[in-house]
Design a protein around this ligand. Structure first.
Ligand code: ATP
Length: 305
């Protein structure tokens, strides 16, 4: 497996999703969302910064938003490669994919769940991420990015999986400069228009392994001392929580490349430490994170915002 292979795989996932029929309103709106993200990346971002040069980096913290954006980014990377080689007289099979790994920045802010750390490790291998990891707790977010830029001085723009519904996300634009108090680089934010349901729809359909905490009722993951399963997903043992339903059955049963149609979701295994933590603190008995589609509740399990 190489970066080229996984990029082609992600392209196949996206193409297959876009060509699918029979999905719900969520699937239809996610198709629109994908088209706009693809337009941003292929027509605006990659025309300005060569994705095969070293001017673009990807910010990754193992969360669902950056994972779904990574799938789309790699998909566009493959398409960009094929398009460009199409202009030559030889087919893409005669060209070498110009990148071996994706420059990636992970700011290791606070102690987090070992299950999430393992997911980042798996992503590093699966998606050929060349991850710069800032030393934990030593610096503020702007300082950590400053350190990254000092080491990667050709970086001009960083791809970020923020959405309009995230805190302070409302008025952002796809391409914009950093605010004052931050080192200068361009923020590339092609996922702004996605809502929570769109993220779950493509991620569950992709059949890519997602962090196991999402299977245990987490909907947004931060530090271990500031993140709980989402209270809105607590299974009410008395009433049976009749109000919540899985709105992604189509995605799960028809997931890309799934060997047998089943309700199983490709979640990573919870670490023993996290399993014990959830048990000992009474944080079990929650519906999976994808049972929540209300954007306004997405961060209800984040005790510090
Ligand atoms: P979730 O909300 O489920 O944890 P997420 O972490 O992808 O998913 P956010 O927490 O809303 O989403 O963060 C938005 C984006 O900002 C991420 O997708 C990622 O691109 C970037 N980001 C956030 N925190 C970090 C970090 N510590 N290091 C690198 N990038 C980060």
């Amino acid at each position: 497996m190489t970066l080229a292979d996984i990029s082609r795989h992600c392209h196949n996932i996206t193409t297959s999703y876009l060509a699918s029929s029979g999905g719900s309103d969520i699937v239809n709106s996610t198709k629109q969302a994908i088209r706009l993200t693809r337009h941003h990346l292929l027509e605006e971002v990659f025309r300005r910064w060569d994705p095969f040069g070293n001017q673009l980096s990807f910010s990754y913290n193992g969360g669902k938003d950056c994972q779904v954006l990574l799938i789309l980014y790699l998909s566009c990377l493959w398409e960009f490669f094929v398009r460009n080689t199409g202009f030559s007289q030889y087919g893409s099979q005669y060209h070498r994919f110009p990148l071996r790994s994706l420059p990636t920045v992970y700011i290791n802010q606070a102690e987090t769940f070992s299950t999430l750390e393992k997911s980042i490790e798996s992503a590093r291998e699966r998606y050929f991420l060349s991850i710069y990891e800032s030393p934990r707790n030593q610096t503020s977010m702007p300082e950590a990015f400053e350190n990254y830029l000092e080491l990667h001085s050709n970086t001009e723009a960083i791809v970020i999986g923020i959405r309009h519904t995230d805190p302070f996300g409302e008025n952002l634009q796809c391409i914009q400069s950093t605010d004052s108090g931050w080192p200068h680089f361009m923020r590339i934010q092609p996922l702004l228009h996605w809502n929570l349901a769109n993220v779950w729809s493509l991620l569950l359909y992709s059949n890519e392994e997602i962090c196991g905490l999402y299977g245990k009722g987490f909907t947004s993951i931060g530090g271990i001392n500031s993140t709980l399963p989402n209270p809105a997903l607590k299974i009410d043992t008395l009433s049976g929580s009749l109000t919540l339903e899985n709105r992604f059955k189509w995605e799960i049963f028809n997931a890309y490349d799934k060997q047998t149609s089943s309700e199983n979701v490709n979640v990573s295994q919870l670490s023993d430490a996290d399993e014990a933590l959830l048990q000992s603190t009474g944080q079990s008995g929650y519906h999976p994170g994808w049972f929540l589609t209300d954007d306004s509740q997405e961060r209800a399990g984040r005790t510090r915002k």
